[in-house]
Design a protein around this ligand. Structure first.
Ligand code: HEM
Ligand code: HEM
Length: 175
């Protein structure tokens, strides 16, 4: 089924969840630039696609938010601590938007231009725009918050599955 129901997440929700989770984890590999200036296979294989993947995540986040609003009335509801679960999911959504926005601000504010999958969208000017660059400086701190939220989110999913032994993870796996 494509739509969500009170007991299941539909195909579209699951596709958006797992495809974006994979892309976001690939984006986190950018933190590996701190090791030997990124001169290793991770840095050379995935990180060159950072901006392009980030733009794809931005587009998927818009689609996912629209889909979540449509599905909300008949989606599975949290069984315990609904306020904490909702806050956690809200913050994950916030990061899915803030990361691409601040990433774009870092590039455009620094006058580096924007190239997506080899296509020049904004030409390099080499002229700095300080207020945009200042917003861009938030990219790294927000990335760390995002990493912490994702670690907490995964821990919660595993807790539900292995300790509480409920349906939370299974319904996101389509079982
Ligand atoms: C969900 C999407 C994204 C995630 C999770 C993400 C994550 C990250 C991470 C973890 C770093 C390393 C920060 C550090 O070393 O402290 C980074 C750096 C960077 N990212 Fe992203 N990013 C995303 C989207 C984007 C987009 C869309 C762009 C540009 C259009 C972008 C441009 C940059 C740039 C220029 C840097 C290096 C400078 C800096 O740390 O601010 N990112 N990103
Ligand atoms: C970067 C990685 C991830 C992000 C940003 C993320 C984000 C989200 C968000 C926003 C939701 C709320 C439903 C929705 O609107 O889609 C959700 C649900 C869920 N996620 Fe993730 N997720 C990530 C990775 C994972 C991983 C790796 C697991 C499993 C170990 C997982 C397990 C779940 C489960 C079980 C739910 C359903 C929770 C419920 O029904 O209350 N997620 N995730």
């Amino acid at each position: 089924m494509n739509n969500d129901s009170p007991t299941h997440y539909g195909r579209t929700t699951r596709f958006l969840h797992w495809a974006m989770a994979l892309l976001i984890v690939l984006q986190f590999l950018k933190l590996g630039d701190r090791i030997e200036d990124g001169e290793h296979w991770i840095g050379q294989t995935f990180v060159p696609w950072h901006v392009s993947i980030g733009v794809v995540i931005f587009a998927l986040a818009v689609l996912r938010l629209w889909w979540a609003v449509l599905q909300r009335p008949h989606r599975p509801q949290p069984e315990a601590s609904p306020a904490v679960v909702r806050l956690g999911h809200f913050l994950l959504y916030a990061c899915m938007f803030l990361m691409p926005m601040t990433g774009l601000a870092a590039l455009l504010g620094g006058g580096y231009g924007l190239t997506v999958f080899g296509v020049d969208i904004v030409t390099k000017t080499e002229v700095e725009t300080p207020w945009l660059a200042a917003i861009g400086n938030l990219h790294s701190p927000i990335a760390w918050v995002f990493v912490a939220l994702v670690v907490g989110h995964i821990a919660a999913a595993l807790f539900h599955h292995f300790v509480r032994r409920d349906q939370t993870l299974r319904r996101m796996l389509g079982q």
